[in-house]
Design a protein around this ligand. Structure first.
Ligand code: ZN
Ligand code: ZN
Length: 117
């Protein structure tokens, strides 16, 4: 089975690192390509910038109001039980539980942000 790996990588041209892209590669390493907005622009100065760029893309391309009829989950924002989900993540989508009042980009952002320590 081939696995897809998402990670930030330095782009190297003529032996010199020129910046960072979020890339997708398969487990054998035979194919590596930039994903999200990084597919269309020059590399970022830092890996963090590339991560932020990819995250913005997953939020911008998210699908909302998907009903998952079999399982009640708690909304990622308010904690209400809901059957509704939002889908993020491009080719390997993740379903995020969000109640009907929180089916929007800002709520999805809040529900999926990593807790800051
Ligand atoms: Zn980018
Ligand atoms: Zn909610």
């Amino acid at each position: 089975m081939t696995m897809q790996i998402y990670e930030t990588r330095q782009k190297v041209v003529d032996g010199k690192p020129i910046g960072w892209h979020m890339v997708c590669s398969n487990s054998s390493g035979s194919r590596v390509y930039p994903v999200g907005y990084c597919a269309d622009h020059a590399p970022h100065p830092t890996a963090e910038d590339a991560e932020r760029c990819y995250r913005a893309w997953t939020l911008d391309t998210a699908r909302f109001s998907i009903e998952s009829p079999d399982e009640m989950r708690r909304c990622g924002v308010c904690g209400d039980w809901t059957l509704m989900r939002a889908e993020v993540g491009g080719s390997f989508p993740v379903l995020v539980p969000l109640c009907p009042t929180h089916q929007d980009r800002a709520s999805l952002d809040a529900a999926t942000s990593k807790p800051t320590t």
